[in-house]
Ligand binder design. Structure first.
Ligand code: SIN
Length: 176
């Protein structure tokens, strides 16, 4: 098999599976938001952390990383990802637009829809930052998730005002 997987959260900075190619890519009409609760990675049941999902927004563009997987390992990788993303994410297929010139491709994307049991939804950014600062789970501190994602996006030289503002607040640098 040959398939693209698009990551916009932890899959940007910790893909944790073998791939044959990695490209900066974007999906159009979607915005990245820290609106999904995490009880299995960056929080625990009853005290969830906050991780990203996608919400539809006209004119929005969400940058991330696309990975091409190939060969007999493909099914095993998708199974592993289904387990990793089991805390409320569905696998959907979207158009990926690459930063480098070339035709778009279809790719798998893990998307937490508002009907999943871990959905938290919008909140003032300062409240999200407080929740992130106090949350820890089996994969580590929620703060690490935010700062690693912000760092990777900066390294890719792409914009995400929501992520960067949250990272500043989490570091104690943003306006409250
Ligand atoms: C993703 O990274 O694409 C999905 C959300 C996550 O695992 O953080």
């Amino acid at each position: 098999m040959s398939a693209w997987i698009f990551g916009y959260g932890s899959l940007v900075w910790r893909p944790d599976f073998p791939y044959v190619e990695r490209r900066i890519a974007a999906i159009d009409g979607w915005a990245r938001r820290f609106w999904q609760g995490s009880t299995d990675h960056r929080g625990v049941p009853g005290d969830p952390g906050r991780v990203v999902t996608l919400v539809r927004e006209n004119g929005a563009r969400c940058w991330g990383r696309a990975y091409r997987i190939e060969g007999g390992d493909g099914e095993a990788i998708l199974e592993r990802l289904a387990h990793r993303e089991k805390g409320g994410y569905d696998r959907i297929v979207l158009d990926l637009h690459f930063a480098a010139p070339g035709a778009p491709a279809r790719g798998f994307v893990y998307f937490a829809n508002p009907r999943n049991p871990n959905w938290l939804g919008p909140a003032p950014l300062a409240d999200i930052a407080r929740q992130v600062r106090r949350s820890h789970g089996p994969s580590g501190a929620n703060v690490e998730y935010v700062l690693e994602l912000a760092g990777a996006l900066r390294e890719m030289e792409v914009e995400d005002a929501h992520v960067f503002a949250l990272a500043d607040l989490v570091k104690g640098e943003g306006a409250p």
